[in-house]
Design a protein around this ligand. Structure first.
Ligand SMILES: *Cc1c(COP(=O)(O)O)cnc(C)c1O
Ligand code: SF4
Length: 338
């Protein structure tokens, strides 16, 4: 096993929870830490009113000082272009409202259901398709969990439950344990999938207790990470992923294709390679969901297809992600066609 000692602070709270709580929320503070000009501040403050800035220290430390175009910074710094309206960019681009089975469960696809465990995320990604999601209605109090669990128990044809949010790993290990115990007791469930960005954002979230929870679970575990750029993946992330892998989880990654961030062949190629060094296989490369406020991140389909074509030429097949788009009402994530 690894050599990282999981520090516990004086209040008995794991270090990752403190880091989660202490995430940077003030645009002025972020600009100051990165030595960026104050001229960026007014627009950042305005755009942050719609969707708050939130980024933990460990992620900020992977950004380049003094670089306004840093690919990690661009994912989190509020920008005035978010405030421009664009036809076709809406608050619920993927039809979540129609897929709600109970307040905390979305089901769109056969055999698998998405469990909204919490509205909280460790990081606020500006392009997020859930930036307008009404989490307060699907909130994750224990009562809501109970109705979601009851729903899953009543549906014999669901074999996979996907913990989502928000970010399910922003929950404490104790709450996760309570949840997973109840899911394990549902006989027809076979797979437990966790959609999370936390091992990327705060790698020491991968605690001993989480690892034993996963390795002792009856269900077959799949962890789908979310990393968009190779610069996000350093030794600490690699270590976290390797430990998840050793606990028996299958590790996959989904990325979103983002203009000015990863829409170039070397970023995408290196992302696949670094993920593989962590024991993670690329799964999906998503065309952006057309959520209001994210139009400036969109990459044209033609460009996206050409990039994936180049990836196919340069990488083994298992390192080429599937380029997909989520279309409301379709029975699976739709592959892009040439
Ligand atoms: C994306 C998504 C899934 C997972 O789809 P896979 O193709 O199995 O990865 C499941 N349910 C919902 C509601 C989704 O949006
Ligand atoms: S971590 Fe995922 S759900 Fe949370 S803001 Fe980022 S993209 Fe959205």
């Amino acid at each position: 096993m690894g050599h990282i000692i999981h520090r516990i602070d004086t209040a008995g709270q794991p270090a990752w929870q403190k880091e989660l709580a202490d995430a940077v929320r003030d645009p002025a503070e972020l600009l100051r830490q990165l030595q960026l000009p104050d001229s960026l501040l007014p627009q950042a403050q305005r755009a942050a009113k719609q969707f708050l800035l939130r980024v933990p220290d460990s992620f900020v430390r992977r950004m380049r000082i003094g670089d306004e175009r840093d690919p990690l910074l661009l994912q989190v710094l509020p920008h005035h272009l978010e405030l421009t309206e664009h036809p076709g960019f809406v608050t619920d681009p993927v039809g979540d409202a129609h897929a709600r089975k109970t307040p905390g469960v979305l089901q769109k696809y056969q055999g698998r259901a998405l469990f909204i465990t919490t509205g909280a995320c460790a990081i606020h990604c500006r392009y997020c398709f859930r930036r307008h999601y009404p989490y307060q209605d699907s909130q994750a109090g224990r009562d809501q969990w109970q109705s979601s669990i009851n729903f899953l128990r009543s549906q014999n044809d669901i074999s996979e439950v996907i913990l989502s949010g928000g970010d399910p790993l922003s929950l404490s290990d104790q709450r996760l344990e309570e949840l997973i115990e109840q899911l394990e007791a549902i006989q027809h469930l076979r797979y437990l999938r966790i959609h999370t960005r936390l091992p990327i954002v705060i790698p020491n979230r991968v605690s001993e207790r989480l690892l034993s929870l996963l390795s002792e679970c009856r269900l077959n575990i799949v962890v789908v990470l979310h990393s968009n750029h190779p610069q996000e993946i350093d030794q600490t992330v690699r270590h976290a992923c390797q430990r998840l892998g050793r606990a028996g989880a299958t590790l996959l990654n989904q990325a979103v294709l983002l203009r000015g961030i990863n829409d170039d062949i070397s970023s995408l190629r290196e992302l696949s390679e670094r993920l593989f060094d962590c024991g993670v296989l690329p799964y999906y490369l998503h065309q952006l969901d057309r959520v209001a406020g994210a139009a400036h991140f969109e990459v044209e389909d033609e460009t996206a297809l050409a990039l994936v074509e180049k990836l196919r030429q340069q990488l083994p097949g298992y390192l080429v992600p599937r380029l997909v788009r989520e279309i409301a009402g379709e029975p699976y994530k739709t592959p892009l066609q040439e």
